[in-house]
Design a protein around this ligand. Structure first.
Ligand SMILES: Nc1nc2c(ncn2[C@@H]2O[C@H](COP(=O)(O)OP(=O)(O)OP(=O)(O)O)[C@@H](O)[C@H]2O)c(=O)[nH]1
Ligand SMILES: [Zn+2]
Length: 301
């Protein structure tokens, strides 16, 4: 039926056309963006929910873009539900410091974060896993998986189901392999409609949402690829370490940054190993980096 008013999620776009997945039927529609949106400076991004009027079996015209719940900058996605941070303890053994940088970026985005430890099939003992749980388990959900053996892939599927997610993690940790284990052939399922959008165009480099057969979306490009720290003042960094934030307010100085101040409760907790030393060292290292960055900027002014 044509001329129906429908709602859907934008999964791809170029300057004037969107691919929209209708919310109930999950059918794809190629939708035109009327010029008035551009004049108003309104541009859709993937993840947006739009209202559209169907003009044919698989075509429509956008009427309205609903207000975004949130917006991730890189990759640019609206209405993101979570970040799935993939890491490994072997091949590659991702340093905790790298994981900590990802976690700062994830905290900065304000999105719920799940840590997936992949390649557990390579572990000869649980020793490294225990260390990981000890360091992160109190503040993050950790799920051990193997894309190779399929271990806990069903659990990971529940994590992704019905949500818009973005994956992050160092190169080689198995992000693509996990997607393929979750939903074989996920990347290959470019629909006819997608091909129609491609026709006569140079390949778009923008992010797309891939659709799971079991419901839910994942960005086709991983997040935080550069691992560059967010635009923060050094003294703001402590807000992005959950365990520092949880124990703030007990230091002698109310604005304590837990570096050189006396009577610092955080440093006490590090000494008693209630806060993992590696987390604190990561914090100090990133604090120094932000301090250096702010000095350089002041110097330039
Ligand atoms: N043993 C083992 N190897 C795995 C597992 N998952 C992935 N691999 C291997 O790890 C290598 C990297 O996997 P990818 O899926 O390409 O990793 P990626 O994170 O997508 O890498 P980038 O595209 O560089 O970001 C491949 O050789 C995979 O076969 C696993 O669970 N166990
Ligand atoms: Zn302190």
């Amino acid at each position: 039926m044509t001329n129906e008013r429908l709602r859907g999620t934008v999964i791809r776009y170029d300057s004037r056309t969107l691919i929209v997945t209708e919310l109930h039927t999950r059918k794809h529609y190629l939708c035109d963006m009327p010029g008035r949106f551009k004049k108003l400076g309104i541009r859709p991004i993937v993840g947006d929910i739009v209202e559209f009027i169907s003009t044919g079996e698989s075509s429509g015209i956008v009427e309205n873009i609903l207000k975004r719940r949130n917006e991730l900058k890189r990759p640019r996605i609206a209405n993101v539900d979570q970040i799935v941070l993939v890491t490994c303890l072997e091949e590659p053994a991702v340093p905790f410091y790298i994981l900590d940088r990802f976690l700062v970026l994830a905290e900065y985005s304000g999105l719920p974060t799940v840590i997936a430890v992949n390649k557990v099939d390579l572990l000869r003992s649980r020793e490294f896993l225990r260390e990981l749980y000890h360091t992160y388990g109190e503040y993050y959900n950790i799920i051990e998986v193997s894309a190779k053996t399929g271990h806990n892939i069903d659990l990971l599927r529940e994590v992704f189901k019905g949500k818009i997610s973005t994956m992050a993690g160092m190169s080689g940790v198995g992000k693509s392999s996990l997607l393929n284990a979750l939903n074989p052939g996920l990347r290959l399922k470019t629909s006819d409609i997608s091909r129609r959008l491609d026709r006569g165009k140079h390949t778009t480099s923008r992010v797309e949402l891939l659709e799971f057969d079991f419901g839910g979306y994942v960005a086709d490009t991983p997040g935080f690829a550069s691992l560059e720290l967010p635009e923060l003042m050094p003294e703001e960094l402590k807000e992005y370490f959950r365990e520092l934030k949880a124990h703030s307010g007990y230091c002698a100085f109310s604005d304590c940054v837990h570096i050189n101040e006396p009577n610092c409760y955080i440093k006490e907790l590090v000494e008693t190993e209630d806060i993992p030393l590696t987390r604190y060292e990561s914090y100090k290292k990133m604090y120094e980096e932000l301090l250096e960055r702010s000095k350089q900027r002041k110097g330039r002014r």
